[in-house]
Design a protein around this ligand. Sequence first.
Ligand code: HEM
Length: 403
Amino acid sequence: VGEYADESGAPVLVMSRRGYPMSRVPGFDPPASLRSRCPVTTVSLRHGQRASLLTSYGDVRAVLRDHGRFSSDPSSPGYPQLRPVVDRKPAPGSFLVTDPPEHTRYRRLLTGEFTVRRMEKLRPSIERITRTHLDSLLGSASPDLVADFALPIPSDVICLLLGVPVSDRAFFSSRSRAHHDRTLSADAVQAALDELHSYIEELVRSRVRSPGDDLISRLAAELTVDEVVGMTVLLLVGGHETTANSIALSVLALQESGEWDALVADPSLVDSAVEELLRYLSPVHQGVVRAVTGDAVVSGESLAPGDGVVASLFAANRDPSVYPSPDSLDIRRRARGHLAFGDGVHQCIGQTLARMEMRVALQALVERAPSLRIAVPFSSVSFRFNAPIYGLHALPVTFSAPR
Ligand code: HEM
């Protein structure tokens, strides 16, 4: 991926001793300490908190699979805080930050909603949504791949999935995209998010009053209103920006690496390209955090209850012992087993949907807009780091011969 700079000009990726880039977590120790202490490195987070940064594929996978000794509950002592904590108490239903058996109870209600069969049923709608946004991208006088294509696709898809009425989609999308909008003040963003929350709560209450054949109605039959709201917000937050970033970053990475032309020449490579892009980009780049709740030894380092770990998905996916030449994007690589969706009980529940959205979007682009090029030099591409994920503010593109 190279070494990027954020808006303040600070380096974002550093090279570790073993040669793979790692994402910068605000407040991390300087690169020298990473180099000397790989693959388990002590890092300092906000407020002087220390945590162990795990960077090898084997360690990251082992920790994610061991929910008994590595907790996702932010109230566990030592749980690493990667961003300022506004409200330590997660909303009920937000099962990403719970452990079994609570986690199992919530997650079980959703597994049937995200099966391959369910997602295949959504495919025609995803293709239609993608076509619509590609038409506007191709018709735009100043096409921006982020605003015109990568952001609205997952937003429309999540509306469909949640059963947001068509008449409300513009409101819903604009509020859920507000935190991308650099023209808004912090107060305006907060106001938009409050409106979104109220909207979701009202939507849930209306489904309680008159249930339909949609996800929210099914959840509302089993859970309290607050729990359904918490779960809905989790799906929205978890499924929207991650997928949008993945689509935009994929186009950039394909263009930068020259693999765009390979995909144009053979669009049937799209499935393997998407796996490789997920590995290479690792959109949840800072990785996932866990609190240690039982004695454990990771790459020879002893961890005890009260310690915190940051499992770097990015670094794990660039482990040369698993992926030779890990810093090269090779769309023919068999990138199976990458950890971009995590692993263990919390492994991304929306991964089948995310893969489908990425495949449909990239295939449509290479087939209908093979002449697409990035309209600005790489050094002007504006990255956005919204811990723990990263993406692009905008990606101006040109087409010499749109179809
Ligand atoms: C969990 C990544 C798309 C919903 C996760 C986790 C990762 C991840 C790494 C595990 C977090 C952990 O272990 O603490 C991604 C990426 C995506 C994506 C890279 C896009 C390319 C989606 C979509 C949805 C979704 C489309 C839903 C519509 C969730 C939920 C969880 C989750 C609800 C929590 C699962 C649990 O705790 O059991 N995702 N995700 N994600 N993701 Fe995704």
